[in-house]
Design a protein around this ligand. Structure first.
Ligand code: SF4
Length: 395
């Protein structure tokens, strides 16, 4: 039997390396000690969540934990494999569907356990076929995820936290504050929901929805491994990409992992003052340290990371910004994705003119930096994370 990814333990970056709080004057002003204390508390919450709920969420248990739980019900160990097949491969949502279990056991499980997963609360469908979902977990916490079909392929974008502490100025999620880290099962369940709703296999996943994945490293990596596992979604590691706003300990930790997972870094400016203003949550990680970490990452992994760069009129699209971006990227192994900013209601930040995106592509390409303009999928359904959630809450 292939190794159950849930039994593979991962090591998270230390609390001392957790992201700095958005600075006073940013969207949420929290001092750094509070952030570290809250981060530690969130980790403890995540650890105890498996046992503190009235019912045990079977999807969150490792194989050994599931065997142990079934033992308390007087059931033999082989039942664990049967249940895992139903939960992970067949993605069933009720014990009644587990037809190779006795009725008595199904009743016992219904009384003592849940199957986790997600409940769809709302959805929006784009003219381009993309579907954006608001999904809720057992405790009522909700996040967004998106399915994007293209030809015979299906991409998914999933969230790793409910809310986010990073406070990026251009992001609806960052403006909504932080609720909690998601468990590995909750991250995985979003992708499973998308696959089930489209009725086909997911070919690639980006962990680029709500939240900063490296502020929830262990659960994120566990979910990626489950998506990669033949017993899970069977998605190739190179087609699973985690996106960070630049948490250096997370970048260094990922470079040590054996799988060939992809890495995207939200850069958005290579001018220190501009980046610190746009992304106050990563102020403690200077561009120089980020550059060094990315150099080490590419040398260690030989993989090409992507830099995401949302073009914002008058903020990061002038010639000085382009010079700084060229300096940051030239001579390194990387790919730059330029995206016209998604306008947020009430925000003064506006997308750059298409001519500026073209000018950036031309100059970066001229110095050998692979650059593309990424077309926003689902532009008609509020591509910015957090907007569907906010609209639903406002009703
Ligand atoms: S862009 Fe990402 S890291 Fe920044 S606030 Fe939004 S969800 Fe958080």
């Amino acid at each position: 039997m292939p190794e159950n990814p849930r039994t593979t333990k991962t090591k998270s970056p230390s609390a001392a390396d957790t992201p700095a709080a958005p600075v006073a004057g940013g969207i949420c002003a929290i001092d750094s000690e509070t952030v570290v204390a809250t981060y530690d508390a969130a980790k403890e919450d995540a650890k105890s969540a498996k046992t503190s709920r009235a019912k045990v969420n079977l999807a969150e248990l490792s194989h050994d934990e599931l065997v142990e739980f079934l033992g308390t019900l007087g059931e033999p160990a082989f039942r664990a494999k049967q249940i895992e097949d139903w939960v992970r491969s067949k993605n069933v949502r009720s014990f009644d569907e587990m037809t190779n279990l006795s009725k008595a056991l199904r009743a016992k499980l219904s009384e003592t356990a849940t199957l986790g997963g997600v409940t769809e609360v709302a959805r929006q469908e784009s003219a381009d076929g993309s579907r954006k979902y608001l999904v809720a977990f057992d405790d009522g916490t909700s996040v967004e995820c998106v399915g994007m079909p293209h030809g015979d392929k299906l991409s998914a974008c999933v969230s790793t936290q409910a809310g986010c502490r990073m406070g990026c100025l251009f992001c609806a999620t960052g403006q909504g504050g932080f609720t909690r880290n998601l468990t590995a099962d909750e991250i995985y369940a979003q992708a499973a929901h998308i696959a089930q709703d489209f009725g086909r296999r997911i070919t690639s996943v980006v962990l680029m929805g709500q939240g900063e994945p490296f502020a929830n490293y262990d659960a994120t990596l566990e979910a990626m491994r489950e998506m990669n596992s033949p017993e899970g979604l069977g998605i190739g590691a190179r087609h699973i990409t985690v996106s960070t706003c630049g948490i250096i300990p997370g970048i260094r930790a990922l470079s040590q992992e054996p799988e060939q997972f992809g890495l995207a870094v939200s850069l958005h400016s290579a001018v220190p003052e501009t980046r610190n203003t746009l992304m106050p949550g990563v102020k403690k990680y200077s561009l120089k340290r980020l550059h060094d970490a990315m150099k080490d990452y590419t040398e260690k992994t030989r993989r090409r990371p992507t830099y995401e760069y949302a073009m914002i009129r008058g903020i990061n699209d002038d010639d000085a910004s382009l010079d700084a971006l060229v300096d940051f990227c030239a001579g390194t192994l990387c790919h730059v994705n330029l995206i016209a900013l998604n306008h947020l209601p009430g925000s003064k930040l506006e997308p750059s003119d298409p001519a500026r995106l073209d000018a950036f592509v031309k100059r970066l390409s001229s110095v050998g930096v692979e650059t593309t303009i990424r077309q926003s999928r689902g532009a008609d359904i509020d591509a910015a994370c957090g907007q569907l959630k906010q609209r639903k809450a406002a009703k």
